[in-house]
Ligand binder design. Structure first.
Ligand SMILES: *Cc1c(COP(=O)(O)O)cnc(C)c1O
Length: 421
């Protein structure tokens, strides 16, 4: 073995002994509410396809038509010759969905976070994150080289303290001129600029499905004059009268400068987007490196996403969403959870120990139900859980089968589980 192999073996061995080693599981069927996993038919309660749109005929049709018209590849980045009609239609549909002046689609949500945060911030700026934001935002914050501050999950007092500190710093030490950073992610910025302060959170959190206190966060960021970016990955398609997201449902669209979403979850396709002012989109089109230096999404993906956005806003979308909330209530009630105003399609089942969570997931799989264990580093150590997600596509019988399996294993919703170890 050479030195690389030795080094890798050491790290892999350490992952295995900690119970943290992960492997890909091959699925040989469409990823719907049932999947064929290594020859076994399983009920799937692990997908983010909350409305069942990933296999919706209208979206498939749109993708086929886009392939017929434009082909399978976009040929280049959008700033060269890859900005096809279908991409423009998607951007317009997203702006209309979110009620913003403009929108820009990216190849993934991850790329949207990375490109946007790194375009907006540089060294000496300040980025303030909720402890539980998605890895794409954490990675973006690090890559931007801005000063990073983290507040405990949904802790408004701590957020305010950090904002007060940042505000003071910005006033005392506004840099006279930005450093020349040729060749870095920023290009050169000649103008003197004040220190920028950006707060980033999610509207519906990806692991527990709980909500951020967005109205209060908006009030704080307005008081201290910072900018706010909200990731609506698990809210887009699900909240508000047009299923736009939680921001729209709360009526705070005008106060959130940067709205982020992914098109790979409830929208049923793939891609990510940023919605906001025309100037923001113009700026990102020029400066977001994950947009500028990456081939445009394939026509089929853009078309499916466009059709997904149309679907969620339609009467059918409203019905599908209603069905989802009925299923969610059914599952939550059976798990002994109180019904809640801040509902989401994610129903976490806390276990605790990594090994116990893996064991619970394995027992469920034997009972024909697929719910993966979520472990460190996705969640904190010792807070391993089952991440159960509900889809509008689940049938009554499928939910009943899930609940029978939970009952047999004695699993409950919020902790106090026999396998907690
Ligand atoms: C899935 C997810 C992303 C990344 O989106 P992709 O389109 O999958 O790259 C970003 N933020 C959150 C909260 C997510 O759950």
């Amino acid at each position: 073995m050479n030195a690389l192999e030795d080094a890798l073996e050491q790290e892999l061995g350490s992952l295995r002994t900690q119970g943290l080693h992960r492997q890909l599981r091959r699925i040989d069927s469409a990823p719907t509410t049932t999947i064929e996993l290594e020859g076994q038919q399983l009920l799937n309660f692990s997908s983010n396809d909350y409305l069942g749109l990933a296999n919706e005929p209208a979206l498939k049709e749109a993708a086929y038509r886009a392939i017929e018209r434009y082909g399978t590849g976009s040929g280049a980045s959008r700033l060269i010759c890859g900005s096809l009609g279908i991409h423009h239609e998607l951007d317009e549909a997203l702006a209309a969905l979110k009620g913003t002046e403009a929108a820009l689609s990216f190849s993934t949500g991850y790329a949207a976070a990375l490109g946007t945060i790194c375009a907006l911030l540089q060294k000496d700026d300040i980025i303030i994150l909720d402890k539980l934001v998605h890895a794409s935002i954490v990675d973006a914050a690090r890559l931007s080289a801005a000063k990073l501050r983290v507040f405990p999950h949904n802790d408004l007092n701590r957020l305010e303290e950090i904002l007060a500190w940042a505000d003071k710093l910005a006033k005392v030490q506004a840099p006279q001129t930005a450093p020349q950073t040729t060749g870095s992610n920023l290009g050169s910025r000649m103008d003197a600029r004040t220190r920028r302060i950006l707060v980033v959170t999610e509207s519906v959190f990806s692991m527990d499905g709980d909500h951020a206190p967005l109205r209060e966060i908006v009030a704080l960021k307005e008081r201290y004059g910072s900018w706010l970016m909200v990731d609506e990955a698990h809210a887009t398609g699900l909240y508000g009268t047009r299923r736009s997201g939680l921001i729209d449902a709360l009526g705070i669209g005008r106060q959130v400068e940067i709205q982020m979403a992914t098109l790979g979850k409830a929208i049923g396709a793939s891609g990510g987007c940023i919605c906001g002012s025309r100037k923001l989109v113009d700026f990102l089109t020029n400066r977001a490196r994950s947009f500028v230096f990456s081939t445009a999404p394939v026509p089929a993906a853009a078309a499916a996403a466009s059709a997904g956005v149309r679907f969620v806003q339609s009467e059918l979308g409203a019905q599908r969403c209603q069905l989802l909330w009925e299923r969610v209530e059914q599952v939550r009630a059976a798990l002994g959870e109180e019904s809640s105003n801040s509902r989401s399609a994610i129903v976490p089942v806390l276990i605790g120990k990594e090994t116990a969570a893996v064991e619970a997931s394995r027992s469920l799989r034997e009972a024909g139900v697929f719910i993966p264990a979520i472990r460190y580093p996705t969640v904190a150590r010792g807070e391993a859980r089952l991440r159960l997600t509900v889809s509008a596509a689940h049938t009554n019988e499928q939910v009943a089968k899930l609940l029978r399996a939970f009952e047999r294993l004695g699993l409950r919703g919020s902790g106090k589980n026999p396998l907690s170890g």
